[in-house]
Design a protein around this ligand. Structure first.
Ligand code: IMP
Length: 179
């Protein structure tokens, strides 16, 4: 990764985390998860779109039997009594009694996970844990138990390695931060 700034949609970003640095953090996390789930057969639930690159690298390094599904989450305002309603798209598997590991690109305010967890828990899995590439502890607005965090980062906007800025930048192998 060079030193040069990049521009996405007229916004400037500077190099922040190299592909090698990300790879090391992801490998460490894969080792931990593999040890924790030894002898079980977890079902990894990858949250699209941002989680695709992290999931690919993490799962290549996961050792043991596992299954993988991809979901999308769509949140919309329900009635005043129901608050935010969350729909999980693409989860056709029966998750009853399964050990689920959600794979997410970033936990920022935690709102997405705060709504996704009960939605999945209502389907009767044996366990649910979260594996996230990035966690911004300063932004968190909900109580969340994050078992697997690859990297904690400050409250800055990052792009690359699956994460986008208004649709662009997901393909970048390195991560950049807004300047
Ligand atoms: P939440 O606030 O934890 O619900 O974060 C939800 C989503 O916001 C993440 O899954 C990302 O798609 C997006 N997001 C939050 N912070 C960033 C960032 O720094 N770069 C790119 N996307 C982000």
């Amino acid at each position: 990764m060079g030193n040069s700034h990049i521009t996405i949609h007229n916004k400037a970003f500077r190099p922040y985390l190299s592909a090698a640095h990300l790879d090391e953090a992801v490998a460490r996390l894969a080792t931990r998860i593999s040890a924790d789930y030894a002898g079980r057969r977890p079902l990894f639930v990858v949250v699209l779109t941002g989680g695709f690159m992290f999931a690919s690298d993490l799962l290549k390094r996961y050792i043991g039997e596992c299954e993988i599904v991809f979901i999308r989450v769509a949140s919309y305002e329900g009635t005043a009594s129901s608050g935010v309603v969350q729909e999980v798209l693409g989860l056709r598997e029966d998750v009853q009694g399964r050990d689920l590991i959600i794979i997410e690109d970033i936990v920022d305010t935690g709102t997405t996970m705060h709504h996704l967890l009960p939605t999945l828990q209502a389907k009767g899995p044996a366990s649910v844990e979260i594996a996230t590439l990035f966690f911004k502890p300063e932004s968190l607005k909900h109580q969340l138990d994050l078992r697997y965090v690859a990297l904690e980062i400050p409250n800055d906007f990052v792009v690359g390695y699956g994460l986008d800025y208004d649709g662009l930048g997901r393909n970048l192998p390195d991560v950049y931060v807004a300047v």
